[in-house]
Design a protein around this ligand. Structure first.
Ligand code: NAI
Length: 697
């Protein structure tokens, strides 16, 4: 069913019914239009109520129809809203729970609107790189006033109905209904049955005391806030038209802007990310119906940098956590860090004192494995050393109750080998959090060869509960994100050898939109981490070429911000990266030793070498089945590595450039005598896609 039609005495009730949020797909729009016809044809009907079944009035467009011809099929949303406005009998929207996007635009076309308190009201189109496209930019300012409407349209954020209903002079809601909505709407509909002419939002006037000054101010503010995205500034243009143009002319402008934005790379990137996020939670051989194990209590082993942050995620979600360490001092230090973190949130007004106490009360500590056996899941975050992991997992195998999930936060070690330290490899999984673990959105869920489907399903669900973006990775060295970043770091090193300074590389990448370039990132994370990994990894692969500059840096004790010296110099208490003459000299000397004459390298070459190194490695990961889909790789990079959202992730970016062009550029790089020619051998999947004229998506 998409919408139902019922008669309540002299009033017809059309109920949107398209779970989960009554998206306005074609079938639903058609059913509403038919309901309107039926009501007008029936002489015993004096008015119409439109409402929504279940947990929403309407969440807006039906995302299943996005980009398909069905989205535009008649009656499209514009025609439907027009039909509502022209209905010969009053149409009353009875709004509750969620009223967003097209749902709000539809309601704005109704003659009257009643709303329940607590309803989330929004025009979120800007979050997909668009502006509202069915009259929202013209009607909302008329109903709500220009400033409130523009704030909502530019931010896309929901506002509670009771706040909007209380605004002086607002005409969005005719009534805030505290009790039962439908009976109130039926009574209201009968009260207004005889009113003619029927009120229309389009006939109201949107005005402002100082429109020129206000819109200029709005434009400046928006420009500063959303520098990489065109849509917010276009919201200002459209809303300005609601004040300065006739309604129908404003509608024409809205349509022109909407259509033009649809084809921008930024809009494509945002829509890609929106769908990628949803796709990431799907696992092809683990259906949504897979049963999950109840997780009511957690244990965390290791109260260091990661253990503390991991524990906070669960405390925030209201789940009790017991933390285990080898020594009391380590526990005390870990708990103190968690306290400090929460206290700073309380100071900033982000957390109430009550909530802080509630969260801390959920945390307990122990030195004994026997005290954690009843936890439903345990996450290990001890030193990155296989021997230590072995002893921990053997202990866990001994004490944990049957069916408990045993997770490792290892960033580089073999999860399959870890699973074999236990008698229950089916219960073992990797949960690779990113630092700071209580802040970063990304959680790589590492599926071992033996991991049971219900363990995987449980961890994916738990990840959602703690508000992470979960991406499944197979077992390999570095999983998805770090295996790719290794190639990126190798290229960054070659760029130094060939003539760049760290600052030049970082600036080019930051101009492209990355939150941070590779060298500033190294200084933040600690250059020693990569150093230890390289020592292990490159011993295993002696023929793999990489620049030794990063090793030389560590040999100088320059580990990054924590030693106040890394690729850059740092002043006490500050995080500003100051170019270091010592490091630049080290690089010059190294070049001499290698016999490389430096050359000037363009920002474009820097960016392409770094980004295409990610893309090519990801193509290998897809082929090996480590990553399930290209859009998962994009989610990893958008949520864990600061890849610019407006570019949609490395794979989306490569698709936008065109894979043919990507490979042509890689061939040029392969001819560079100082780069590693093997490095630029296109992954077979990439070569195949180019040969077939296809893209990753
Ligand atoms: P850390 O050195 O800050 O903390 C490790 C803690 O484990 C220490 O407090 C130590 O006392 C405790 N510990 C060591 N052996 C133990 C044992 N046998 N039993 C109980 N406690 C023990 O290390 P960090 O950075 O928190 O890393 C932990 C794990 O997380 C490692 O596997 C690391 O590779 C991984 N990881 C680290 C990331 C990072 O950015 N630091 C990011 C993602 C994963």
């Amino acid at each position: 069913m998409s919408a139902s039609y019922e008669v309540h005495g002299p009033v017809a009730v059309i109920t949107l019914n398209n779970p989960p949020v009554n998206g306005l797909g074609h079938a639903t729009r058609l059913a509403v239009a038919q309901g309107l016809d039926q009501a007008q044809a029936d002489a015993s009907i004096v008015a119409v109520v439109i409402t929504g079944a279940g947990k929403a009035f309407s969440g807006g467009a039906d995302i299943k129809e996005f980009g398909s011809p069905k989205a535009l099929a008649e009656p499209n949303l514009l025609s439907l809203i027009s039909a509502i406005e022209q209905c010969s009998k009053p149409v009353v929207a009875a709004i509750h729970s969620v009223c967003m996007g097209g749902g709000l635009e539809l309601a704005l076309g109704c003659h009257y609107r009643l709303v329940s308190p607590g309803t989330q009201v929004a025009l979120p189109e800007v979050k997909l790189g668009l502006i509202p496209g069915a009259g929202g930019t013209q009607r909302l300012p008329r109903a709500l006033g220009v400033e409130t409407a523009l704030n909502m349209i530019v931010s896309g954020e929901p506002v509670k109905s009771e706040l909007l209903a209380a605004a002086p002079g607002q005409k969005l809601f005719d009534k805030l209904v505290d009790g039962e909505l439908l009976p109130a709407a039926l009574a209201f509909a009968q009260d207004v049955a005889a009113v003619r002419p029927l009120p229309l939002v389009r006939n109201l006037k949107a005005s402002h005391d100082n429109p020129d000054g206000y819109f200029q101010f709005a434009r400046n503010t928006v420009k500063a806030m959303a520098k990489h995205f065109p849509a917010p500034a276009k919201c200002v243009d459209a809303v300005e038209a609601s004040v300065k143009r006739k309604f129908d002319d404003g509608m024409v402008l809205e349509r022109e802007i909407f259509t033009a934005l649809m084809f921008t790379p930024e809009c494509k990137a945002l829509r890609h990310a929106f769908f990628a996020e949803r796709a990431a939670s799907k696992i092809s051989d683990v259906p949504d119906s897979t049963p999950v194990r109840p997780i009511a209590k957690l244990a965390v082993i290791g109260a260091g940098t990661m253990g503390g942050g991991i524990a906070m995620n669960f405390l925030n979600a209201g789940l009790p956590v017991v933390m285990l360490e080898m020594k009391q001092e380590a526990l005390d230090r870990g708990v103190a860090t968690i306290r400090k973190n929460y206290e700073s949130q309380v100071k900033k007004g982000k957390l109430s004192a009550d909530k802080y106490e509630q969260r801390m009360a959920l945390l307990s500590t122990t030195l004994s494995y026997d005290a954690i056996g009843d936890a439903d899941m345990v996450i290990e975050a001890v030193f990155e050393d296989m021997a230590v992991k072995k002893s921990v997992f053997q202990e866990l195998d001994r004490v944990m109750k049957p069916g408990a999930i045993l997770a490792s936060n290892t960033s580089t070690l073999d999860v399959n080998a870890i699973a074999q330290f236990t008698q229950r490899p089916q219960d073992v999984i990797g949960t690779h959090f990113f630092s700071p673990a209580n802040v970063m959105k990304l959680l790589e869920v590492v599926r071992g060869a033996a991991t049971a489907p219900d363990v995987l399903a449980t961890v994916m669900q738990l990840g959602k509960k703690i508000r992470k973006t979960c991406v499944v990775s197979g077992v390999c060295d570095g999983f998805i994100g770090n295996r790719m970043i290794e190639q990126y770091s190798r290229q960054a090193g070659f760029l130094l050898e060939e003539g760049c300074t760290p600052a030049q590389v970082d600036k080019a990448v930051e101009k492209f939109g990355f939150a941070m370039g590779p060298f500033r990132m190294g200084d933040l994370a600690g250059n020693d981490v990569g150093w230890y990994i390289r020592k292990r990894r490159y011993q295993e692969k002696p023929n793999l070429r990489y620049s030794k500059t990063a090793d030389l840096l560590c040999e100088m004790g320059r580990f990054g911000q924590k030693t106040q010296a890394g690729w850059y110099d740092y002043q006490t208490g500050k995080r500003d990266a100051i170019p270091s003459p010592v490091v630049e000299q080290m690089i010059v000397d190294y070049r001499k030793e290698m016999g490389i004459a430096p050359r000037k390298i363009s920002d474009e070459e820097i960016v392409h070498r770094l980004v295409y190194s990610l893309v090519n490695e990801a193509a290998h990961l897809l082929e090996e089945g480590i990553a399930q889909r290209a859009s998962d790789v994009d989610m990893v990079y958008l949520t864990g590595y600061g890849f610019p959202l407006f570019r949609g992730g490395p794979m989306c970016y490569a698709d936008t450039v065109g894979l043919y062009n990507v490979v042509q550029t890689m061939k040029r790089f392969a001819a560079n005598p100082h780069d590693d020619a093997n490095f630029w051998q296109p992954a077979p999947l990439l070569a195949k896609l180019v040969a077939e004229g296809k893209s990753f998506s």
